[in-house]
Design a protein around this ligand. Structure first.
Ligand code: NAI
Ligand code: COI
Ligand code: MG
Length: 370
């Protein structure tokens, strides 16, 4: 059956890396005989320029008519001074809310071959393989009021951290379910020594943990968590946390894998329509120069094959091809300290396509002799 995929490239390097993911999916479709139907939609700054809104109705409709969504990244200096409702990031937040993408899964894996650009070396990276489960449709990024105001004639601002109990419960349940399939440990990260929202978060975590006696629960304050991710990263299995804490901790954790350009993510809903996006943003500082690392986006496409289409072998083939290319020494600029020894974005995509082709040829030969 044809699988309909909505492609939302967005802004900056979003366009460059999305094209990589589409190329890789076409290659997978060719070798494994799947039909993917790619339909493109506007989001972010480009949508503001063409339609006057960061999330046009047509884009939302396209997503709803699709089996999965791939998104590049949004934002850029061109729109930085726009009013809040005309910021590219509003389109991203809005699509997450509209599609109820409450669970953002951000896997963190150390790559021992990528130590050039990582501040971490050798033993420190051994066994580093954890999953950040970030709540994605509540918390500070969605709180109302969020506005400029004044207090007794003085300029003031307010942002609101709001959660309903059931929203906290469903993200914690997701984390426990995922931990059950991994090493059975959940670290719930909060700021319960200060925030009321975190106190409720902790209570709910305890209640949910009671239903998962096979999974260990620990609580950790977010400031300590930020330090522990650097200090002893292999202590973690599943980290579950509020929207903004998860946003910040995952960019920090990216350096364990060598670069922000390595981290994929899956944004899951309860209704089966999921969105896949790299953890990074539109990187205006390198956009249009062929310097973007497409791997985070390509690994996000692999997550799509696994979570939306249950194509485990195909997802594994992409991950293996990426690993193979990195082991062969090919690097985009963010992954090397050698000024002239890197490949441009397009070549990295070609290398991964070739690795897929080689792997497929070997599989076919093995089939012939089986
Ligand atoms: N999901 C999204 O669409 C996100 C959008 N943004 C937006 O992106 C714009 C830029 O934000 P920044 O804070 O600069 O974050 P960013 O994630 O775009 O870039 C941070 C740094 O990492 C580098 N980088 C990021 N992805 C890379 C890749 N694939 N390959 C090589 N290097 C990479 C960039 O060159 C930059 O030096 C802003 O408008 C921001 O709001 C930021 C984060 C997420
Ligand atoms: C608009 C921001 C919340 C995007 C971001 O930084 C992210 O989702 O990681
Ligand atoms: Mg972020």
């Amino acid at each position: 059956m044809v699988k309909k995929i909505a492609i939302l490239p967005g802004d900056g390097i979003g366009r460059e890396v999305v094209e990589g993911a589409v190329e890789i999916l076409k290659t997978i479709g060719h070798y494994y005989r799947h039909e993917f139907d790619f339909q493109y939609g506007l989001i972010g700054g480009e949508a503001i320029d063409q339609c006057g809104t960061p999330l046009p109705d047509e884009t939302l409709e396209l997503c709803k008519q699709s089996d999965a969504v791939l998104l590049g990244a949004v934002g850029g200096p061109k729109w930085d001074q726009n009013p809040a409702h005309l910021r590219p990031e509003k389109g991203l937040l809005n699509i997450r809310k509209q599609l109820d993408l409450f669970a953002n899964l951000r896997p963190i894996q150390a790559h021992p071959t990528l130590q050039d650009t990582s501040p971490f070396k050798g033993e420190h990276l051994e066994g580093v393989d954890f999953l950040i489960v970030r709540e994605l449709t509540g918390g500070l990024y969605f709180g109302k009021p969020s506005e400029r105001t004044n207090q007794n004639g003085e300029e003031a601002v307010v942002d609101t951290l709001f959660y309903k109990r059931k929203d906290i419960e469903r993200i914690l349940e997701t984390a426990f379910e995922l931990a059950r399939k991994r090493r059975k440990k959940v670290t719930s990260v909060d700021k319960a020594n200060v925030l009321e929202s975190s106190k409720l978060w902790r209570e709910v975590a305890e209640e949910v943990a009671y239903r998962y006696p096979d999974v260990e629960l620990e609580h950790m304050l977010v400031d300590n968590a930020a330090m522990q991710i650097i200090h002893k990263p292999n202590q973690f299995d599943v980290i579950v946390t509020e929207n903004m804490f998860g946003d910040i901790l995952s960019d920090e954790a990216a350096m364990l894998s060598g670069s922000l350009g390595m981290l994929p993510s899956a944004s899951l809903s309860a209704n089966g329509l999921h969105l896949y996006e790299p953890v990074h943003g539109s990187a205006p500082d390198i956009a249009g120069q062929g310097l973007a690392n497409p791997i985070a986006m390509i690994l996000s496409a692999a997550m799509m094959l696994r979570y939306s289409f249950h194509l485990m072998e195909e997802a594994g083939a992409i991950e293996k091809a990426v690993k193979h290319v990195l082991e062969s020494g090919k690097r985009t600029k963010d992954l090397t300290n050698h000024p002239n020894q890197y490949v441009p974005t397009k070549q990295m995509i070609e290398e991964i396509k070739e690795a897929l082709a080689d792997d497929f040829a070997i599989l076919n030969i093995m089939d012939c002799y089986a």
